[in-house]
Ligand binder design. Structure first.
Ligand code: AMP
Ligand code: GLY
Length: 423
C-alpha cells in the first residue's frame, strides 16, 4: 500500500522508520518530512494544514493510508475533510475527527469531559472576560502554585505555573487580553498536582484499544528539570514505577472511562490518544489529553513495538483492533535530544551537522534537519533525537550520550542527565 505521513519532526521520522519495515508497504511519502525521512521514502513539499493540497497529492499518488503526526491538522478537521469528500472516502486516515480532537484543542472541553466521566484530574474553573471577577475567590480557594492554561492550542507554551497569587491574577488578565491570541480568550485555572509525570499512549479504533508502551519525557531545558519548558529533551521507556498495579489503575480509572465517554458523545475516534499523567503517591491523575503521539516519546515507544505497524494501523482503520496482539520489546529504550543553542528561545539554523554515523542498537532520528548540497543542516530547535536500546536504563543512556557527544554542529546542546530520577 501507499502511505503518506504528515509532519516533519522526530516523531514523523520514527513513524517512517517503523512503516518502512512493513512488508505491506509499497510507496512511502512524508509531507514535508526532514533530512532523515528522505532516506526512508519520498519527502514531498506539503503543508499538512492545506487540505486541498494534501487531497491532490493523495489522489495523484494513489495513497491508501494517511498518518497524521501533529495535532493542528486534526484540530482543524482533516479527518472530517477526508470523510466528507467523495474522492477521499476510501482513503484511511489515522487520527480523530474535529470533535475527538477537541480533547486536545480545548482544555476547557477536556476538563469538562474528564469531570463528566469521573476521571481523576485536578479541580478547575474556567474564565473569560465575562466572569473574571469570580476568579479571585477561586484563586483564594487554591494553594500555590497556581496553574493557568490557555484553552486553545498555543504551540506548547500555553501553560503558566506561578507561585505568587498576585502575579497569577495579573497573568490571568494578560491571557484574557490576548497573550496567546484567540487561544487564551478562555483560561482554565487548576489545582497544582505534585508528583511525577508519565505519558501513556493507546491506539483505538473507537471500539477497543491497545495500550502502547509508556514513556517518561523530560520537558525542561536545564539539567535537574530546571529552566524553560521545551517540546521535550529526552524520553525513556519503560518507566520503572509504571508497574502492573499502577497501569491497572490507569486503565480502569482513566483509559476505559475515556473510550466509553467518547462513545457516549458519538465520537468515533480512530487514532492515537496520549494521556499525560501525574503519579501522585501511586495514584494516577490525568493532566491532559493529546490526540496524537508524543514527541520525543514516539522515538522510544515505536522502537519497542515489534508488530508490523501497518497491520496495526489498518486494523485501527477497519475497526479490527481486537484481533491484534501487541508484541513489545522488553529492552529499555531512551532518547536524548540534541538541540540548537538558544532553544527554546531564539536560535540559529543552517549549521552543518557532522559525524552522523550509525552504531549498533542505536537510531538517530532527525527532528529539525534538512539535506542540501550533500549536507545535513540544522533546521529547527530540536535537531536530532538519539535513541538507543539497552538491557537497562543505564546502558541505553550511556549509548545515547556517547553518540550525542560524537555528533557535532555549532551550538549543540543536550541534557546529560536524562533519566536522572529513574535510576
Ligand atoms: P500541558 O501543556 O497541559 O502538558 O502542561 C504543561 C506542563 O505543565 C505539564 O507537562 C506539567 O508539567 C505541568 N502541569 C500542567 N497541569 C498541571 C497541574 N494541574 N499540576 C501540576 N503540573 C501541571
Ligand atoms: N512530549 C510532549 C508532547 O508531545 O506533547
Amino acid at each position: 500500500m501507499n502511505v503518506l505521513i504528515l509532519g516533519s519532526g522526530g516523531r514523523e521520522h520514527a513513524f517512517a522508520w517503523k512503516i518502512a519495515q512493513s512488508n505491506k508497504l509499497k510507496n512511502l511519502y512524508i509531507g514535508p518530512g526532514n533530512g532523515g525521512t528522505r532516506l526512508l521514502g519520498v519527502n514531498v513539499a506539503l503543508n499538512p494544514n492545506d487540505f486541498i493540497q494534501v487531497k491532490e497529492f493523495v489522489l495523484n499518488n494513489q495513497v491508501n493510508l494517511v498518518v497524521v503526526g501533529p495535532e493542528d491538522p486534526l484540530v482543524n478537521g482533516i479527518q472530517d475533510f477526508f470523510m466528507n469528500d467523495n474522492d477521499l472516502k476510501s482513503v484511511h486516515l489515522i487520527g480523530p475527527d474535529k470533535n475527538g480532537a477537541l480533547l486536545e484543542g480545548s482544555k476547557e472541553y477536556a476538563k469538562g469531559f474528564m469531570f463528566k466521566n469521573k476521571i481523576p484530574t485536578a479541580k478547575y474553573q474556567s474564565f473569560t472576560k465575562n466572569n473574571v471577577d469570580q476568579a479571585n475567590s477561586f484563586f483564594e480557594s487554591l494553594k500555590p502554585p497556581y496553574v493557568l492554561k490557555a484553552d486553545g492550542l498555543a504551540a506548547g507554551k500555553g501553560v503558566i505555573i506561578l507561585n505568587d497569587i498576585n502575579k497569577a491574577k495579573a497573568t490571568l488578565n494578560e491571557m484574557l487580553d490576548g497573550k496567546f491570541g484567540q487561544a487564551s480568550k478562555i483560561v482554565v485555572i487548576e489545582e497544582f498536582l505534585k508528583g511525577i509525570e508519565v505519558s501513556v499512549f493507546v491506539i483505538t479504533d473507537g471500539d477497543t484499544y491497545k495500550i502502547l508502551p509508556e514513556a517518561k519525557d523530560y520537558k525542561k531545558i536545564g539539567v535537574g528539570d530546571t529552566g524553560l519548558n521545551t517540546g521535550g529533551m529526552g524520553a525513556i521507556s519503560p518507566v520503572p514505577f509504571v508497574n502492573n498495579i499502577f497501569l491497572n489503575k490507569v486503565e480502569e480509572r482513566i483509559i476505559k472511562p475515556t473510550i466509553e465517554g467518547l462513545k457516549k458523545e458519538n465520537i468515533e475516534y480512530k487514532g492515537f490518544l496520549f494521556f499525560g499523567l501525574m503519579n501522585v503517591d501511586g495514584e494516577p491523575y490525568l493532566i491532559e489529553y493529546n490526540v496524537r503521539m508524543g514527541d520525543p516519546e514516539t522515538e522510544v515507544v515505536f522502537p519497542r513495538i515489534k508488530n508490523d505497524i501497518l497491520e496495526l494501523l489498518i486494523a485501527t482503520a477497519n475497526k479490527e483492533l481486537g484481533n491484534i496482539k501487541l508484541d513489545i520489546d522488553d529492552r529499555t529504550v531512551c532518547t536524548v535530544m540534541l538541540v540548537s543553542g538558544g532553544y527554546p528561545e531564539a536560535y540559529e539554523k543552517n549549521k552543518a551537522i557532522s559525524n552522523l554515523g550509525n552504531e549498533p542498537d542505536n537510531i538517530v532520528f532527525h527532528a529539525g534537519t534538512k539535506y542540501e548540497n550533500n549536507m545535513y543542516l540544522t533546521n529547527g530547535g530540536r535537531v536530532l533525537s538519539v535513541t538507543s536500546y539497552g538491557t537497562n536504563i543505564e546502558q541505553s543512556l550511556n549509548r545515547s550520550f556517547q553518540i550525542a557527544n560524537k555528533i557535532s554542529f555549532e551550538g549543540k546542546y543536550f541534557r546529560n542527565d536524562i533519566g536522572f530520577d529513574l535510576k
